[in-house]
Write a protein that binds this ligand. Structure first.
Ligand SMILES: [Zn+2]
Length: 258
C-alpha cells in the first residue's frame, strides 16, 4: 500500500500536478507606502500645549495578489490575523498563515491590525538619505495599528489586475465582522491627516531640515514578494512657530529624497 502511494506520488511529481499548498511563494501582495503627504502642524492629540506634525498616509498594493487578512477570535476584543498565502482561484483562499493580531480600537470603533505603520522624524545624511541609525532618530509616533481596506485606486500602479476593476473593491469596510481586511492589487489604503494617531509630537525638536520616514509593516510580519520597498521619505523644513515646509520627497519604496 505504501509502495503504491509512493508510486502515485512519483507519477504526480513527474506530471507536474500541483499538490495542496504547493503554491509558489510569489502568490503574495507587495505593499509600498507613498511618502507622507498633506502635512500640517496642529496641537498634539494628548497635550494641546505641544505642537505635532500631522500627515496623511497611503499604502499601495503593487503586487499581483491581494493582501487578504482574516481574523480569528482569540479573546475579548482580540483576534489573530491570518494572511492568505495560497490562492485556489481569484478571491478563493486555499491557505493562510498567522501574521499578527487584530485589536479593538475604541476611538475608531473597529478592529485594527497591530504594528502596521511607523512614522519617524530623522536626520538626513549628506547624500539625501535619512540616517536610519539609532543616532539619527529625532522623534517617532511609535508603531501604529490600522484598519486596512481599499480606499482609492493606486494611480501609479503598473499592473492593476482587471479582476479588481469593479464598481466597488473587495475590502470595502472596517466593520465587517471581527476583521476581514486587505488591499486589492492596484488599490491603496489611506489614513487621512485627521485620523487619530496620524501625528508625531514635535516636543523639543529644533528648527531645521528633517526626513519624515514612513515604514509599512515595520516588524516584517506580513508576507510580501518584496520586503525591501516598505519605506518612503518626505523632507521637511521645520521653521520657528513651528511651521513646516516640504522640501523633497522620495519615490514610493525608496529612501533617497529628491
Ligand atoms: Zn481605524
Amino acid at each position: 500500500m505504501r509502495r503504491v502511494a509512493a508510486m502515485v506520488a512519483m507519477a504526480v511529481l513527474a506530471l507536474g500536478v500541483p499538490t495542496a499548498h504547493s503554491a509558489p511563494p510569489e502568490e503574495l501582495p507587495n505593499l509600498v507606502p507613498l511618502p507622507l503627504y498633506d502635512l500640517d502642524v496642529e496641537k498634539a492629540e494628548d497635550d494641546p500645549d505641544l505642537p505635532a506634525l500631522r500627515f496623511a498616509m497611503a499604502t499601495a498594493n503593487r503586487g499581483d495578489y491581494a493582501l487578504d487578512l482574516f481574523a480569528e477570535p482569540a479573546g475579548p476584543g482580540e483576534a489573530t490575523a491570518h494572511q492568505c498565502v495560497d490562492w485556489a482561484t481569484d478571491r478563493v483562499c486555499a491557505g493562510r498563515q498567522e501574521v499578527g493580531r487584530f485589536v479593538w480600537h475604541a476611538e475608531h470603533a473597529h478592529h485594527h491590525l497591530e504594528d502596521f505603520a511607523l512614522y519617524e522624524l530623522r536626520r538626513f545624511r549628506r547624500n539625501g538619505v535619512p540616517d536610519m541609525s539609532r543616532a539619527g532618530l529625532v522623534a517617532t509616533s511609535g508603531k501604529v495599528s490600522f484598519c486596512i481596506i481599499d480606499v482609492e485606486y493606486d494611480d501609479e500602479s503598473e499592473q492593476p489586475s482587471p479582476l479588481y476593476w469593479l464598481p466597488h473593491p473587495l475590502y470595502y469596510s472596517c466593520i465587517v465582522g471581527a476583521g476581514f481586511q486587505g488591499i486589492s492589487p492596484g488599490w491603496r489604503d489611506v489614513y487621512t491627516r485627521g485620523t487619530p494617531g496620524q501625528e508625531i509630537v514635535l516636543a523639543g525638536v529644533a528648527p531645521g531640515t528633517y526626513a519624515l520616514v514612513v515604514t509599512t509593516d515595520p516588524e516584517d510580519r506580513l508576507l510580501e514578494t518584496d520586503e525591501s520597498d516598505n519605506v518612503a521619505v518626505t523632507g521637511v523644513e521645520i521653521l520657528p512657530g513651528p511651521r513646516i515646509k516640504v522640501v523633497c520627497a522620495s519615490r514610493s519604496g525608496r529612501l533617497r529624497c529628491r
